[in-house]
Design a protein around this ligand. Structure first.
Ligand SMILES: Nc1nc2c(c(=O)[nH]1)N[C@H]1C(S)=C(S)[C@@H](COP(=O)(O)O)O[C@H]1N2
Ligand SMILES: [Mo]
Length: 318
């Protein structure tokens, strides 16, 4: 893990929000943290859905890009357990029971244990991190996530020297998840990271977004967000975290190994076999005059994470 501290400015490879716009947004977000309304529409929508507030302190690791409108964040989703169309999760995820909820942590650790969702919420001060999320399909969003560094959980279970990888297993319950009747993926949805990736300060154990508890379609009650990797690495509705010696077999890699490697770092130079990854479409901006954005290496987080892959051929380890 790099020793230096990051500044928000490190995260601005392309577009810099004018200072005054950023300051204004910061003030608005601060008032949100204080429990006041912050963006027209957000609160109304969230309240209608019965959402609970979950503010986090502003993180210096946030990008200053404009956030994707809340309504797009909660209506355009990938969560195959609730269907494969983008609007299926918003329509179907109401059957997900998010409490009580525990996450079992096991494998190569000295202190295996279960964490109740309420313990995860108090592991460390909640932070709001505005991160880009870039899907392998070629679209992206900018979302104010709320969570704690995953490293806060990891240090409490004390991984052994054999813990080289971390496997994330998500809920698979046919009674709650209509999508499981389709064999589109092998269930449960499994993802994995190398231990240094899991411990990286950018990797967020995420319980909320836009100042509220995670909506069900967004992976409630707890998911991972790994901002420099394609979105599918960020597993939703996690029930088990296993520390292992061997690289885990992940659901997408198993389904189509030529298309989805284990690393899946955002990389404009490595095309998906069926399409280029050179550009992306920012959700919420689509319109007639909207130009495509250039995909950034490591989704714009290269300065923070490139050292994790020093000496690796990223075309081979895609
Ligand atoms: N359990 C589970 N997690 C998942 C998925 C899924 O189908 N099931 N889809 C992934 C994909 S492909 C993406 S792009 C992101 C989307 O997250 P969002 O809908 O919150 O934007 O979730 C990821 N996590
Ligand atoms: Mo995705």
């Amino acid at each position: 893990m790099p020793k230096r501290h990051f500044r928000a400015d490190d995260l601005l490879p392309s577009e810099i929000t004018p200072r005054h716009v950023f300051e204004q947004r910061r003030r608005l977000l601060k008032s949100a943290a204080a429990g006041l309304a912050f963006a027209p529409g957000v609160d109304a929508l969230a309240q209608a859905a019965g959402a609970q507030k979950l503010p986090g302190r502003q993180s210096g690791l946030s990008t200053m890009e404009k956030t994707t409108p809340y309504k797009d964040v909660v209506s355009y989703n990938n969560f195959y357990e609730f269907g494969t169309e983008k609007d299926d999760p918003a329509r179907n995820a109401h059957t997900l029971k998010t409490r009580p909820w525990t996450v079992k942590v096991e494998g190569e650790v000295l202190k295996p244990r279960e964490f109740d969702i309420d313990e995860l919420l108090t592991l460390a001060p909640l932070e709001e991190r505005i991160y880009r999320l870039r899907c392998v399909e070629g679209w992206s969003m900018v979302i104010p996530w709320v969570g704690v560094p995953l490293s806060e959980l990891i240090r409490r279970v004390e991984p052994t020297g054999n813990a080289k990888y971390v496997e994330f297993v998500t809920l698979a319950d046919r009674a709650q998840m209509p999508g499981l009747s389709s064999p589109v993926l092998s269930w449960p949805y499994v993802e994995g990271l190398r231990i240094d990736e899991a411990n990286h300060p950018l990797t967020l154990l995420t319980m909320g977004l836009y100042g509220e508890v995670l909506p069900k379609q967004s992976g409630a009650p707890v998911r991972i967000v790994v901002p420099w990797k394609y979105g599918f690495k960020s597993g939703k509705s996690i029930v088990r975290i296993r520390f292992v010696e061997k690289q885990p077999i992940t659901s997408w890699n198993r389904a189509a190994p030529q298309e989805y490697g284990f690393y899946s770092n955002v990389n404009p130079d490595v095309s998906h076999p069926r399409w280029s990854q050179a550009t992306e479409r920012r959700i919420g901006e689509d319109g007639f005059l909207q130009r495509k954005r250039k995909t950034l290496m490591f989704n714009g987080y290269g300065e923070q994470v490139a050292s994790l892959y020093a000496g690796m051929d990223l075309k081979r380890f895609f």
